[in-house]
Design a protein around this ligand. Structure first.
Ligand code: ATP
Length: 448
């Protein structure tokens, strides 16, 4: 069952079946970068679609944007990232290895004095010597140059979070959509963090994708909005994605753990193979962002509420989750080993709407042209309805079922000799392994 899934199980499934590959693998890869394969990209797109539907399309007052990855560097000065987007780092004097000080100390705190104390007697995990230096701060922003001259004036940053261009578009969205506070702006996109020690497969990477929403509110409603976006995250995971609640838990940040902009922060932790770790954060960013962008840009970002005749800088409640961590969550939660007719199998019990393929269509025998022709007809019709349908005539039928179970395909449709007589097919259910005969006219309804 999923509680005993190891990281190796997930990594191996991802590689074997085409979910995730190491980036530039033929050159030895690059630490902290991964590529999604044919099945991974389908699953990721389904996850993003589910989030976008729940977050944007089902809320009258949440609007989408898609901002550029590179923005004017003043944005990151105002947001505090140039000065404060840091992780504690510890160097080893003997071997030169660098480690995340908080991870090595086994704490959530990023307080340098506390870390120094906790690391006093620790040895370097790379060389085993007691030669760790004092912990210090390290900025995770990735730098580049814009234009032909590579000097300080041309420095720009790859965004460390998608939130930045949401804040700079606050006025544009408010005006063009005639939005009234409270309203939200959502974005899905890449972000870059020069993590000291990328690890645990796609859990901690240097190029990540985030799904973020910033909700602009009157400060009076911060508690209520904060609670409702916490609730949104939890119910999205359990109800839309079907994640088992026992694999989730809340984690509240204390003062030492909170990001430089947050007044309150609650993360949902998921039971990843390496233990309970952060999946989704809900943060109260107060008026930190809009105040600072107003100060640095010189633009007035205050809001006038006509109903109360009040002017204020909106507070922001942020909901932020990583796409890769969500992919790892659904794979880990769905990964099941069970027994069918005395034979062990690996089955991914994904919700049908998330599965890379909705169904696989096979002729019972690949060397009978009449079965193949009929199966091709069924396949073409289903592909027209669902799009993500696979043709699978490789190996015997048992092997096909195993293969489809492992990639989470909810239904296997088989065309046999009876199909030629009465236009019925067998539909095998992934989770129960039960087969039922279904009329072709009713088939699409059976696969929903
Ligand atoms: P962590 O404490 O794990 O470094 P964080 O608190 O810095 O994460 P946020 O800045 O709140 O994370 O980012 C929002 C979300 O983006 C996280 O909840 C996580 O799902 C995802 N995320 C953040 N950093 C990474 C990373 N390096 N690799 C993959 N996903 C990440």
């Amino acid at each position: 069952m999923s509680s005993s899934v190891s990281l190796e199980d997930i990594v191996s499934l991802c590689k074997r079946r085409g979910f995730v590959f190491q980036s530039s693998e033929i050159y030895g890869g690059l630490a902290g970068f991964y590529d999604y394969g044919p099945l991974g990209v389908e699953l990721v797109n389904n996850l993003k679609q589910a989030w976008w539907t729940a977050m944007v399309r089902e809320h009258d007052n949440v609007f989408g944007v898609d901002g550029a990855i590179i923005q004017n560097p003043k944005l990151w000065e105002a947001s505090g990232h140039i000065a404060g987007f840091t992780d504690p780092l510890v160097d080893c004097k003997n071997c030169g290895a660098r480690h995340r000080a908080d991870h090595l100390a086994g704490t959530d705190s990023t307080d340098l004095n506390e870390l120094k104390e906790l690391l006093k007697d620790k040895t370097c995990p790379t060389c085993g010597k007691k030669t760790l230096m004092e912990p210090r701060r390290y900025n995770m922003m990735m730098k580049t140059w814009v234009g032909p001259v590579e000097d300080e004036s041309a420095v720009a940053y790859l965004r460390p979070e998608t939130a930045g261009s949401i804040f700079t578009n606050y006025e544009n969205v408010r005006e063009t959509m005639r939005a009234k506070v409270p309203f939200g702006i959502a974005q899905i996109g890449k972000a870059f963090r020069n993590e000291i020690s990328p690890r645990d497969f796609i859990f901690r990477v240097r190029e990540l994708e985030q799904m973020e929403m910033q909700y602009f509110i009157n400060p009076d409603m911060q508690q209520e909005a904060y609670e409702s976006w916490r609730e949104f995250a939890w119910s999205f995971l359990t109800e839309r994605l079907g994640i088992k609640p026992e694999n989730l838990q809340w984690h509240e940040h204390d003062e030492k753990e909170r990001a430089h902009y947050a007044a309150a922060a609650h993360d949902i932790y998921f039971k990843f193979p390496q233990g309970f770790k952060e999946l989704w954060g809900t943060h109260n960013r107060t008026d930190f962002d809009l105040s600072n962008h107003a100060r640095v840009s010189g633009k007035d970002l205050s809001y006038f509420d006509e109903s109360t005749r009040e002017r204020f800088i909106p507070y922001v409640i942020e909901s932020s989750v990583g796409v890769g961590r969500m992919l790892m969550t659904v794979l880990t939660d769905a990964y099941t080993v069970d027994e069918i007719n005395g034979e062990q199998r690996v089955v991914l019990k994904l919700r049908p709407a998330l599965a890379p393929y909705r169904a696989a269509v096979s002729p019972l025998l690949k060397n009978k042209p009449e079965l193949v022709a009929k199966a091709q007809e069924v396949y073409a019709a289903l592909k027209k309805t669902f799009g993500n349908v696979m043709w699978d005539d490789n190996g015997n039928i048992g092997k096909r079922y195993r293969r489809q179970d492992e990639i989470g395909t909810p239904y296997c449709v088989t065309v046999d000799f009876q199909t030629l007589e009465d236009d019925t097919v067998t539909v095998r259910d992934r989770d129960t392994a039960q087969q039922t005969r279904v009329k072709l006219t009713e088939l699409p309804l059976q696969l929903v």
